[in-house]
Ligand binder design. Structure first.
Ligand code: FES
Ligand SMILES: [Fe+2]
Length: 356
């Protein structure tokens, strides 16, 4: 599909409204699947509590080998079974710390304390854990928080078409990095979709990896887009490696980097406050590269820190009355993702205040 980009950037008022942020959670973010953990970090017989869009979620890998996600709320009186601070824990049964209702990792109630003494006759089968959409793709566990998500294979349309082999490899986490940025998540997302700034702002870091601008090529799916650049690394025998480094932009706020050498990175900008977000970066690769993990992440953090100064400065400028200038051809990936945002939020936003 061709890009459905609009000819102007989103109005900056959308970056500073609490009402818009609430609409984003309800009608934009909830329509997508979200990577919440590396699949290799949740072996069979383990559970892990995470938070997604403010919702407590429990990931369970049962003995039957299926990874499931549940709302981390006991159906009796809403207490959480586990806390995110515990990390991944070996677990055969989930026992609620409040009154001891006990579940298997497939979400079925096995027993409740003093079961014969409920006020009304008690039916275990009527009280399973509340399940959420959960799938494993690209070695990550993806969860759908909403009732009506866009199918994950559609959300990942372009990566599945252009990097199917890389996404099918079972990879392990090589490193993880998280930090807060003092900007609205959209400024950070726009920046990571921006192929206009790389040569100027990252001359000795990302620009070296992506190579000359004349080698850039853009492709657009319905939901995802990609910048492809020739892979410039030479093999040990100095023969030129003929491959592409792929940088995918994905809704709602994600970026998937695919290197020809078997590495993947997932970068997310999770909304925090109106003027802040949390950047999370997973670097995944073959087991044999685990020793290099921290060094490879440090390379990424160098250009991400160059971006940090820019996005935090832009945030200062996106105040009342600021109107953005004209988009450049190399900013087409920003317009593509902003058109998706506008299409999903438009019907919910006061008419005439969203871009065409
Ligand atoms: S809240 Fe879990 S058993 Fe009561
Ligand atoms: Fe950048």
């Amino acid at each position: 599909m061709e890009s459905t980009a609009t000819a102007a950037f989103l109005p900056t008022e959308l970056y500073r409204s609490e009402a818009v942020a609430a609409l984003e959670r309800e009608h934009y973010a909830s329509r997508f699947w979200h990577p919440v953990a590396a699949a290799a970090d949740l072996p069979p017989g383990h559970v892990r509590a995470v938070e997604l869009l403010g919702m407590p979620v429990l990931l369970c890998h049962s003995g039957s080998g299926v990874v499931r996600a549940f709302r981390n709320r006991c159906p009796h009186r809403a207490v959480a079974f586990r806390e995110p601070s515990e990390g991944t824990v070996a677990c055969r049964r989930l026992v609620c710390p409040y009154h001891g209702w006990t579940y298997d990792l497939d979400g079925a109630l096995l027993a409740a304390a003093r079961e014969a003494e409920f006020v009304e006759p008690f039916d275990r089968g009527a009280w399973p854990l509340e399940g959420l959409g959960c799938q494993v793709r690209a070695s990550l566990i993806w969860v759908a928080p909403g009732a009506d998500p866009i199918p994950l294979d559609e959300q990942l349309d372009l990566p599945l078409r252009e990097a199917a082999a890389a996404l099918a490899q079972p990879l392990v986490p090589l490193a993880f990095h998280g930090q807060n940025l003092a900007c609205n998540w959209k400024i950070a997302h726009d920046n990571t979709l921006d192929d206009y700034h790389v040569a100027i702002a990252h001359p000795t870091t990302l620009h070296r990896m992506q190579g000359p601008v004349r080698g850039y090529s853009h492709r657009f799916g319905t939901w995802a887009n990609v910048l492809s650049t020739p892979w410039l690394e030479t093999a040990a025998d100095s023969a030129r490696v003929d491959a592409e480094f792929l940088t995918f932009g994905l809704p709602p706020w994600n970026h998937l980097l695919v290197w020809p050498d078997g590495r993947l990175a997932m970068i997310q900008f999770l909304p925090k406050e109106l003027n802040s977000c949390t950047m999370q970066v997973w670097l995944l690769g073959p087991e044999a590269r685990r020793v290099e993990g921290e060094a490879l992440m440090a390379e990424m953090v160098r250009f991400l820190n160059e971006d940090r100064a820019l996005v935090e400065s832009a945030q200062q400028g996106y105040g009342e009355g600021f109107r953005t200038g004209p988009p450049h051809r190399l900013e087409a990936r920003i317009l593509h993702q902003q058109a998706i945002y506008a299409a999903l939020l438009g019907p919910w936003y006061a008419s005439g205040r969203m871009p065409r």
